[in-house]
Design a protein around this ligand. Structure first.
Ligand code: XMP
Length: 434
């Protein structure tokens, strides 16, 4: 079953995503296309019920005025023209800018003019994607790097439903995962969902590559490059695999039309996976926004803890174990982070705070333990809220919660004698310390 679709043509707007989201919120599917899509291409999409010509400042894309109204009118579909005169969406001509008004205008167009059906929901999406993948992949086999993050987990669950044992998942444990994460990947995918899952224990390998490396950028590069190497080596063990699945999502491919003539650009999530692998890409969630990815995960029966996992950087705990990573500090970091997460869950702060974690610096301070002088590491708590990770504010944690976490870290985590709370917003600080 193909869902009805409202097509948004980007004529240099910064509002494409907002409009697509608003239409999907109405229960109708919507996709954004660059202004130079051809009429033939639009016709091929088949299920388009209406077109929104979404203009930027006077329909100018990269300094060139775009006029495709007449051309598009020839298709014979209902058209809504949106023109933005100002710099921000507050100055839009058609919409006053507030979300209520936008929703009302769009509702009138989508249902009143286009007579689109309200059939965009996760059940239909999963059904359609499963059919699509079956058709695309045929009898082929698909390889997937399964980190345990939301996107790769949802892709795994979806592909498992579509092609079952012809999916080969590879999980690389680089030793920079949070406590229990690799185990959860094995439990959920291998034990419960019966997926083919190769687990690579590359902990020693990553640690030795990171030995004595204290520059943050160099650490990131080493972790990224080593990940590719391990994955490549593992991939070589499979013969006859034609496809590589990726958890690319919509924000990865949609960009504002004002930056480039083409808004939709290829920008792969697992950036840096070897170009010469000669595998065909399967990207079953590339049309979903992040919250839709989570809804899809729930629809596929993934545990809530996995679906609502907070963002976690690719280099993992590597960028939270400041300076040169050592096993001792990495363990202290992992344990303190687990305590923080546990206490946040108990206090109901896990659903309230966008991202929270601990950081361990590479210096010690003097303290007292068992009546004697101690010289041990501090642990820093970070808890921030943000909409787009470009700026962030600090969660004002209750004193009692901070005290409880501090007590537990100081008594349960070895080599730690102080707990600090980082109250710096972004900017000037970043969310991560490295
Ligand atoms: P910063 O530290 O730049 O972080 O304020 C913004 C958001 O991005 C996450 N982050 C990363 N995510 N790979 C990722 O996938 C990375 O290398 C990386 N570095 C930072 C960070 O956790 C925060 O959510």
């Amino acid at each position: 079953m193909k869902q009805d679709m409202i097509l948004i043509l980007d004529l240099g707007s910064e509002e494409n995503t907002r409009i697509a989201r608003a239409i999907r919120d109405l229960g109708v599917y919507s996709e954004i296309y660059p202004h130079d899509i051809t009429v033939a291409e639009i016709k091929k999409l088949g299920n388009v019920k209406g077109i929104i010509l979404n203009g930027g400042r006077n329909n100018v894309v990269d300094g060139v005025a775009i006029d495709i109204v007449r051309e598009v009118a020839g298709i014979g579909l209902p058209i809504l023209t949106v023109r933005h005169e100002g710099i921000t969406h507050r100055d839009m001509e058609c919409f006053s800018g507030d979300d209520d008004n936008l929703a009302k205008e769009l509702e009138a167009f989508v249902f009143g003019v286009c007579a689109a059906e309200k059939n965009w929901n996760m059940r239909n999406f999963v059904h359609d994607q499963v059919e699509l993948v079956k058709r695309e992949v045929g009898d082929g086999r698909v390889l997937l790097a399964l980190s345990g993050g939301v996107d790769s987990s949802v892709v795994a669950a979806l592909l498992l439903r579509a092609i079952g044992e012809r999916l080969e998942c590879v999980h690389v444990n680089h030793g920079l995962m949070r406590k229990g994460e690799s185990e959860q990947v094995v439990e959920v995918f291998r034990n419960q969902m019966k997926a083919n899952l190769a687990c690579v224990d590359a902990r020693e390998r990553f640690l030795s590559k990171l030995e004595n490396i204290s520059d943050p950028e160099q650490k990131r590069k080493i972790i990224g490059a080593e990940f590719i190497r391990v994955f490549e080596e593992e991939a070589e063990k499979f013969s006859g695999i034609e496809y590589l699945a990726q958890g690319t999502i919509y924000p990865d491919i949609v960009e504002s039309g004002t930056k480039t003539a083409k808004i939709v650009k290829s920008h792969h999530n697992v950036g840096g996976l070897p170009a010469d692998m000669k595998l065909k890409l399967v990207e079953p969630i590339k049309q979903l926004f992040k919250d839709e990815v989570r809804a899809c995960g729930l629809e596929l029966g993934l545990p809530r803890g996995m679906v609502f996992r907070q963002p976690f950087p690719g280099p993992g705990l590597g960028v939270r174990c400041l300076g040169a990573v050592t096993v001792e500090r990495l363990e202290a970091l992992r344990e303190s982070d687990a305590i923080l997460r546990e206490e946040f869950e108990t206090a109901g702060y896990d659903t309230r705070v966008w991202q929270y974690f601990t950081v361990i610096p590479d210096f010690k301070s003097v303290g007292i333990r068992d009546g004697a002088r101690s010289f041990e590491y501090p642990v820093i708590i970070r808890a921030v809220n943000t909409v787009d990770a470009m700026t962030a504010t600090i969660e004002k944690l209750p004193w009692e919660l901070l005290e409880r976490i501090t007590d537990r870290i100081l008594s349960e985590v070895e080599r730690v004698n102080r707990v600090l709370y980082d109250i710096s917003p972004k900017p000037p600080a970043t969310i991560e310390w490295e």
